[in-house]
Design a protein around this ligand. Structure first.
Ligand code: C2E
Ligand code: MG
Ligand code: MG
Length: 585
């Protein structure tokens, strides 16, 4: 093989000093005839293309060329002889260049002595051969023109690749490139002890907002520089997105404790020294057959968990996490299917006045029954419906079902019966929520006074201004509001006092607690006291025993709901239940 020192011809006027890759165009001549090499270098002696001189590399067989291309980088153009050690050695080399070496940017000019050896059109197309010439065609000027066109094309492709695969801000590969590089490394099977990690800077958007984007950019560069300095060429390093970096390398190098330790020293940004922390998600499951993209997904799952529970720390992906996610995905698909097949229905649970035992209202509760008759609890699928946005349509449907049901129930001689409908936070914040509410009332013709919305305590306490405004609009529509699961959140009393609400609903847990000798229902009695002081009705949910009802009554609780009175029922069953009570009275 011919190395730089013996046969590379530097055509720079000032000799070979100062010529570094990047400031020259590297051109590889592959031909088994030394004459062709001499003629080529002679023909192109001293020329500059796009302001840069040419640098020649030489190979005399396909095998030698393969070796050379493995080690040399930035080769822009290959002048390739078709017939060398074998008749098709040149064409086989093209395949090697594109498929094995994955050199997609370099331009290939095929040269053949005999026109009869022309490659098939498909070959030219499939392997991205950029030009095809017989040697006799290539006069000096034509050769120059051909090489110039190839160099221009190479430069354009490289620029496009730069845009597509590199992050300019941090001078790092981007997400796409990271996936390519990790795929390559995974395929090389030298990665059995590797990890893939995603590093995310904590509170980066706050830093950006507080100090400006320029400072944010500088911080990202400082972090990138530190990572580059620390890991150099030992790991694949990339900027995956806004404030996340991807890393792939041996676990002993990328030990997350050590990586996160890099954040102990402040970052120098302009004249400031900034202290930031980062969180990491990693995956070690890099067995055969895993693609970089999938590994990155796993690392991202771990990162999300770390962000949630272990900020400033790290989480290593486990197959259990994958199983949980797959289960959620499966459940979500099943939910979509259930909605389409109308497998969701609504049940109603009576609410009674505690002192008189009279029915005052019902709460609409959604149910999902599988084909095999088993139920999926709303506690499992409502959060999924919320996360996927499906809750907006589902909630709207429940609301309408409930309004229709209210009309039926009131016709049984219960004109004041109340219908309570649970409204999830996503639904409540939807820009069309109030309009949908108005339409549901108008379309079903119910008396709005008899409709009540249940929102949980945590929702009620979030974003006070928005809550206050929306609740006032709801009150204007004559619809009432209950705070569900009260006692489980962190209410601000001053905020609670301002809210135009009608009812507090003591969470089931505090009703259950009434049986507990030690706790003895402190919270239940506090909530009742609070409600009475604020002039709100208090209702207790989850009453299962008569003794609980008696205690609550003694504490001054107004209303109750629970299995003691009735379980949630489908409409016909509820109507029967109501009629049985009416005839008993
Ligand atoms: P929630 O609004 O607090 O509803 C009360 C839950 O307590 C219901 O559970 C009800 O079946 C259950 N329950 C009632 N009495 C008793 C009792 O005596 N003992 C026990 N152990 N449990 C009792 P469910 O139906 O499983 O609903 C769970 C949660 O799912 C609801 O809590 C509510 O937050 C949500 N949910 C149900 N339906 C809807 C809906 O249509 N929309 C929305 N956004 N959420 C809903
Ligand atoms: Mg409720
Ligand atoms: Mg509740």
């Amino acid at each position: 093989m011919h190395t730089d020192t013996d046969t590379l011809h530097f055509l720079d006027d000032e000799g070979d000093t100062g010529v570094v890759a990047g400031l020259v165009w590297r051109l590889l001549v592959i031909d088994d005839e030394p004459d062709v090499h001499r003629a080529t270098t002679f023909a192109l002696a001293g020329v500059k293309i796009l302001g840069r001189p040419l640098q020649f590399l030489h190979a005399y067989s396909a095998a030698e060329a393969t070796q050379l291309l493995r080690t040399e980088s930035d080769v822009a153009v290959v002048l390739l002889d078709v017939v060398m050690e074998r008749e098709d050695a040149g064409l086989a080399l093209v395949k090697t260049i594109r498929q094995d070496l994955r050199l997609t940017e370099l331009r290939i000019i095929l040269r053949t002595g005999q026109p009869g050896y022309a490659p098939e059109i498909e070959t030219i197309h499939d392997f991205d051969i950029n030009d095809y010439k017989t040697k006799s065609e290539l006069t000096r000027t034509k050769l120059y023109a051909t090489v110039t066109a190839a160099v221009r094309a190479y430069e354009q492709i490289r620029k496009l690749d730069q845009l597509a695969f590199y992050d300019r801000l941090c001078s790092l590969p981007n997400r796409n490139k990271f996936i390519d590089l990790s795929d390559e490394r995974l395929a090389s099977e030298q990665c059995s002890n590797d990890v893939i990690g995603i590093l995310d800077i904590d509170d980066f958007s706050e830093i950006n907002d507080a100090l400006g984007h320029q400072q944010g950019d500088r911080l990202l560069q400082a972090v990138a520089d530190r990572l580059k300095l620390e890991f150099g060429n030992n790991v694949i390093l990339a900027r995956l997105g806004g404030d996340t970096f991807g890393l792939m390398g041996p676990l002993r190098v990328l030990d997350p404790v050590n990586v996160l330790d890099l954040f102990r020293t402040p970052f120098k940004v302009n004249d400031d020294s900034m202290v930031v922390t980062a969180t990491m998600g990693l995956t070690q499951c890099l067995g055969a057959g895993i693609a970089g993209r999938d590994a990155l997904k796993d690392a991202n799952i771990a990162l999300k968990l770390a962000k949630k529970n272990r900020r400033g720390g790290f989480v290593m992906f486990s197959s259990q996490m994958g199983a949980d996610i797959r289960e959620r995905v499966r459940l979500l698909q099943a939910l979509r299917h259930a909605v389409e097949c109308e497998r969701l229905f609504v049940v109603y649970q009576p609410q009674v006045n505690l002192p008189s035992g009279k029915l005052v209202g019902v709460e609409a509760l959604i149910r999902w029954r599988n084909e095999d008759g088993s139920f999926v609890s709303p506690e499992r699928f409502i959060p999924l419906a919320e996360a996927s946005g499906m809750i907006v349509a589902i909630g709207d449907w429940v609301l309408r079902m409930a309004c229709h049901e209210l009309v039926r129930l009131q016709a049984l001689g219960l004109p004041d019966l109340r219908m309570s409908v649970n409204v999830s936070q996503i639904q409540f914040r939807h820009p069309e929520f109030l309009e949908r509410l108005r339409l549901a009332v108008a379309d079903t013709g119910i008396n709005a006074k008899c409709l009540e919305l249940e929102i949980t305590e945590s929702v009620a306490m979030e974003d006070p201004d928005f809550m206050l405004e929306t609740l006032h609009k709801i009150r204007k529509m004559d619809i009432s509001v209950a705070i569900d699961d009260f006692g489980t959140g962190y209410s601000s009393l001053s905020h609670l006092r301002q809210l135009p609400i009608d009812r507090l609903k003591i969470d089931r847990a505090f009703v259950t607690e009434l049986n507990n000798a030690v706790m003895g229902g402190h919270i239940a009695s506090m909530v009742i006291e609070l409600g009475r002081n604020l002039n709100l009705t208090v209702i207790a949910e989850g009453i299962e025993e008569e003794s609980q009802a008696q205690t609550l009554l003694r504490m001054g609780c107004h209303e109750g709901q629970g299995n003691l009175y009735a379980k949630p029922m489908v409409s016909p069953q509820l109507i029967e239940w109501i009629q049985a009570r009416q005839s008993a009275a």
